[in-house]
Design a protein around this ligand. Sequence first.
Ligand SMILES: [Zn+2]
Ligand SMILES: [Zn+2]
Length: 342
Amino acid sequence: MRALVYHGRNDIRFEDVPEPEAGPGEAKIRVGYASICATDIEEWKYGPTYITSIPTVMGHEVAGRVADVGDGASGLAVGDRVMVDNVLVCGVCYWCQSGSQATCPNMEVAGLGRDGGLEEFMTWPADHLIKLPDSVKDEEAPLLEPATVAVHAVRRSGVQVGDSVAVLGVGTVGALTVQAFRAAGAVVYAVDVRKSSLDMATRLGADEAVDASAGDAGERLRELTDGIGPDIVVETAGAARTPLDAFDWVRRAGTVVLVGIYAAKPEADFNVIVGKELRVIGSVAAGAGDMRAAVGLAAEGKIRLGELVSDRISLDRVIPDGFERMAAESKDVFRIVVSPDA
Ligand SMILES: [Zn+2]
Ligand SMILES: [Zn+2]
């Protein structure tokens, strides 16, 4: 069968690989859709960063149907629609045992350390497959993975009902983060420079979309928060300047959550963190229960995924119509979803 395989920086190949079979405790999945993430582009152009095994079939955002069930895999039947809970942790290290699974040093992630979903069939532990509710469509299901990243950031932030939250950067993860904080009862301001992103934030329920290209966004955020700044600023853009903006714009004794993946290494004045007594939190991947929460929020319509599907392409076009387009300077898409059937 055909698969998109990562061989190293600037070396991804669409090639033949053996069709996998379900081992003990695993299910074999016929991939429905997998989506292409900015992380995939980072790995292609600048990696390997999070990729822990080479070669690896790419695709960490993936959903499909159970095609076969291995020995000892319970709770699933052939034909079930499932989302791949893509983070596997060891369960026995210090971090797993103290509730911080996202930092397990033995973590393996689909598409980054184990074969992912940019192929026709993949196998995965049956206890890390989550049945999809009917209300989540096949083509939007892979976006439950970035939605899980958003849910994890909400949980890491310690947000309280009624808090004001600014989300910097409204790409896919940013748009999902806006919705996840709204679902947690926060007042949410979305900040971006792109009109398509600001429109998307408004459509998905941001209390205000702040256009950072049109003036001082920090000033506007202070106006919206009685002159003191947001309680929490979440950085999802991953640009050189935006983490520094987050430190500047959050209120004194506020919280900054860093979610972006940073290609550049900006120089920062750490006195702003000390002087304002900021809490700066990193948030990566997901912890126990985060994906189930994301599936539940999507089922209830509190997180909408469908608007973020910008295009659907077939697997054999994954490099020219998927990766090349996502890597373009003038990237005009949120998520491109890839199907072996399309
Ligand atoms: Zn991703
Ligand atoms: Zn562990």
